[in-house]
Design a protein around this ligand. Structure first.
Ligand code: FAD
Ligand code: EPU
Length: 300
C-alpha cells in the first residue's frame, strides 16, 4: 500500500536522537498539519501499532532493536514550527519549535521567564512534556505554560492546562501540538541576554555539552544531587563499550560515537547500583526508554 508522503517505513532513529544510538522505527510520520496528525493516529490504529512522540530526541534512549510503533515527529515546516504573538501578551507556540529558538525569541523581545533554560536542547513539545529546567532557582518550562492543545492516542483532541512536577508533566502518551505561554513579566532584552549568557556559560563549564548524551540520566533525589552522589560513588570514567560516565559531570553518560543503546543502559544500571550500594539511595531515571533492549529491564 502506498504510504502518505509524510510517513516512511523502517526509519533509523539514531540520527534523530542526541545519544546517536538505537534502532529503527517501524514507521516514522512527520506531519506538518493537524489533519495529518489525526490521519497518522488512524493509520496507527488500523495497524494496531502504538504511537510514540519524538521531539528533539535529547532525553531519549531507543533500544537497539528499534520500536514496533508509529513514531510521530511533528514537522516544523508548518503550523507546529510557528510562534504567534497575541494582543494580550500570550504566545502560541508550536510543539516543533526548537527550544533554543524559543528562548532566544523571548530574550530578544524582553519576555522574562525562560533565560534559565538557555543551553538546553530539544523541541518545545519535549521540553514541556519533560518540564525541562535549569538555573540555580529551578526555573522550568511548565512555569510559563498556560494551556496545551493535544491529541490523545484515541484521536480525541483536548485543550487543557497541563499539570507539572519536577521533570514531569501529564502530557505523557499524548501528542501535544501547541502551547499557550504566559510570561511572568517584561525585562530589558540586554539584561535577559546577559542572564542567558551566564546560564549557558555555567552549564557549559559543568556539563559535557560537546559529546553525544541525553543530559542527566537520573533525577535528583529530594534535597541532593544525583551527580554529586554518582561522583562520590566513584562512577566518573566507568565505561561499557562506547559509553562512558563523563569526567565532567557524573550524571551524564557520553558516547564516543559507537555506543549501542545496550552499552548505555548497562552503564546506567551499574551507576544506579553503585549509588544504592554506597548510599542506600535508589536513583530515579530521568531519560525516557523506548523499546525493549539489552540492559533496559534493569533500568525500568
Ligand atoms: P525528546 O527527547 O524527543 O522526548 C522526551 C519525552 O517527551 C518523550 O517521552 C517524548 O515522547 C515526549 N514528547 C516529545 N515531544 C512531545 C510532544 N509534542 N507531545 C507530547 N510528548 C512529547 N533537561 C533539563 O531539564 N535541564 C537541562 O539542563 C538539560 N540539559 C541537557 C543537556 C544536554 C546536552 C542534553 C542532550 C539534554 C539535556 N536535557 C536537559 C534533557 C532534554 O534537553 C530535555 O528533557 C528536553 O528539552 C527534551 O526535549 P526533546 O524535544 O529533545 O524531547
Ligand atoms: N556535583 C559533583 N560531581 C558531579 C556533578 C555535580 O560533585 O559530577 C555537585 C556539584 O559540584 C554541585 C552539585 O553536585 O555541588 C549540583 O551540581 P549542578 O549544579 O551541576 O546541578 P545538578 O543537580 O547536577 C541539575 C539538573 C541539570 C541542570 C543543572 C543546572 C537534574 C537531574 N539535573 O544538575 O539538568 O542543567 O541542575 O540547572 O535535575 C537534566 O535534567 O538533564 C539536566 C542536565
Amino acid at each position: 500500500m502506498k504510504l502518505p508522503e509524510y510517513i516512511a517505513g523502517n526509519v533509523p532513529l539514531a540520527p534523530l536522537t542526541a545519544f546517536r544510538a538505537g534502532g529503527a522505527a517501524r514507521y516514522l510520520a512527520r506531519p506538518a498539519r493537524e489533519e495529518d496528525v489525526a490521519a497518522t493516529l488512524a493509520f496507527a490504529r488500523a495497524r494496531s501499532l502504538p504511537v510514540l512522540v519524538l521531539g528533539g530526541g535529547s532525553n531519549l534512549l531507543v533500544a537497539d532493536g528499534g520500536v514496533e510503533a508509529v513514531v510521530v515527529a511533528l514537522s516544523d515546516a508548518g503550523e507546529f514550527g510557528r510562534i504567534d504573538r497575541s494582543g494580550d501578551g500570550d504566545w502560541r507556540v508550536g510543539a516543533a519549535v526548537s527550544l533554543p529558538a524559543l528562548v532566544a525569541a523571548t530574550v530578544r523581545e524582553g519576555r522574562a521567564g525562560l533565560a534559565p533554560l538557555a543551553g538546553i536542547p530539544g523541541r518545545v513539545g519535549g521540553a514541556v512534556a519533560m518540564n525541562a529546567g535549569g538555573g540555580a532557582g529551578g526555573a522550568s518550562m511548565g512555569d510559563v505554560v498556560r494551556e496545551a492543545a493535544a491529541y490523545a492516542p484515541d484521536g480525541g483532541r483536548r485543550v487543557f492546562a497541563p499539570a507539572f512536577g519536577y521533570r514531569r508533566s501529564d502530557l505523557g502518551g499524548m501528542i501535544a501540538l501547541s502551547f499557550t505561554l504566559r510570561f511572568p513579566g517584561a525585562d530589558a532584552p540586554e539584561r535577559l541576554a546577559e542572564a542567558a549568557r551566564g546560564f549557558r556559560e555555567r552549564k557549559a563549564a559543568a556539563q559535557p555539552l560537546g559529546a553525544p548524551s541525553a543530559g542527566c540520566v537520573f533525577k535528583n533525589p529530594d534535597g541532593d544531587s544525583a551527580g554529586r552522589l554518582l561522583d562520590a560513588a566513584g562512577c566518573k570514567g566507568l565505561t561499557e563499550g562506547g559509553a562512558r560516565v563523563s569526567e565532567r559531570h557524573a550524571n551524564f553518560i557520553v558516547s564516543d560515537g559507537t555506543a549501542s543503546a545496550g552499552d548505555i543502559a548497562r552503564l546506567a544500571a551499574r551507576m544506579r547500583e553503585r549509588v544504592r550500594d554506597r548510599f542506600g539511595v535508589a536513583l530515579e531515571r530521568e531519560i525516557v526508554l523506548w523499546g525493549d533492549g539489552d540492559g533496559f529491564d534493569a533500568l525500568r
